[in-house]
Write a protein that binds this ligand. Structure first.
Ligand SMILES: C[S@@+](CC[C@H](N)C(=O)[O-])C[C@H]1O[C@@H](n2cnc3c(N)ncnc32)[C@H](O)[C@@H]1O
Ligand SMILES: Nc1nc2[nH]cc(C(=O)O)c2c(=O)[nH]1
Ligand code: SF4
Ligand SMILES: [Mg+2]
Length: 235
């Protein structure tokens, strides 16, 4: 069984959510069952980029992770695309045997048994602005599959009021999951600069609209890597 890999990069820091700031190597899977209007990783989603995705065995992927991390075990972040449409079980087993920990970012549309082998499962259901529709039964199956994992968290991208109202309902469906909100980045073209002030303004808006309305459940964080590197790939 080979994996379709869009890129393996790092070491960098996890820029989002529960593990923000943690040194990590990313393994980005190629291919996604969604097509979010504002996806910041289209090079791992759009089949126009398929020829750039490398077929790799789990052994070869781990060898690259070990090379990038100098053989020092750290947290490996699986992302994509949707890593859950592929079988990352063998890579996780091999890596864990060498002392690596695994985190995975997925939208929660496809459940996998290997979710239970993760240190951190990040489920990121998509709000209305994405143009996608969440299948909450599939999402609940992901939560169940992740029960043996170290931790499962929910992370929601917010662009507007409708997203925020939707996030409150989504959180109420799974009150046991720690909740992280991050403002959406409207500029995702890798060849164009981001506007840090505009991102800060979105963050301020999000903080005011949650705490200001007495909603104290979520942690609210920026995309740290976007503040540091903009939309550059491979960071
Ligand atoms: C590119 S996705 C890949 C993993 C998986 N497909 C998912 O969506 O969870 C990784 C994370 O980036 C977030 N993301 C994607 N585009 C974004 C944007 N324009 N602004 C803020 N976050 C974004 C997603 O919501 C997800 O939490
Ligand atoms: N540094 C860094 N942190 C991230 N957190 C989530 C990312 C992703 O694209 O899944 C990402 C990414 O691409 N880079
Ligand atoms: S689910 Fe994730 S990778 Fe897929 S299109 Fe949406 S943000 Fe991009
Ligand atoms: Mg990203």
């Amino acid at each position: 069984m080979t994996l379709r890999i869009a890129e393996i990069f790092g070491p960098t820091i996890q820029g989002e959510g529960a593990l923000i700031g943690e040194p990590t190597v990313f393994v980005r899977a190629g291919g996604c069952d969604y097509r979010c209007s504002w996806c910041d990783s289209l090079h791992a989603v759009d089949s126009a980029f398929r020829s750039t995705w490398a077929p790799m065995t789990a052994d070869a992927a781990l060898a690259e992770v070990e090379r990038l991390s100098g053989g020092q075990p750290l947290t490996v972040s699986l992302s994509g695309g949707n890593p859950a449409i592929q079988d990352f079980g063998p890579l996780i087993s091999l890596g864990r045997a060498r002392g690596y920990r695994f985190a995975c970012e997925t939208q929660g549309s496809v459940a996998r048994p290997w979710f239970g082998d993760l240190a951190t499962l990040v489920l990121s259901p998509k709000p209305p602005s994405s143009g996608q529709r969440v299948d909450w039964d599939a999402f609940a199956a992901c939560v169940a599959a992740g029960a043996p994992a170290g931790q499962t968290v929910m992370k929601i991208v917010i662009f507007d009021e409708a997203d925020l109202a939707w996030a409150r309902d989504a959180a109420a469906r799974h009150p046991g999951l720690p909740l992280y909100l991050q403002p959406g980045n409207p500029e995702v073209d890798p060849d164009r600069p981001v506007d840090p002030q505009a991102l800060a303004d979105r963050l301020l808006w999000l903080v005011e609209r949650t705490t200001g309305r007495g909603w104290f459940t979520p942690r609210i964080l920026p995309q740290l890597h976007v503040l540091i590197w903009g939309n550059r790939r491979g960071v």
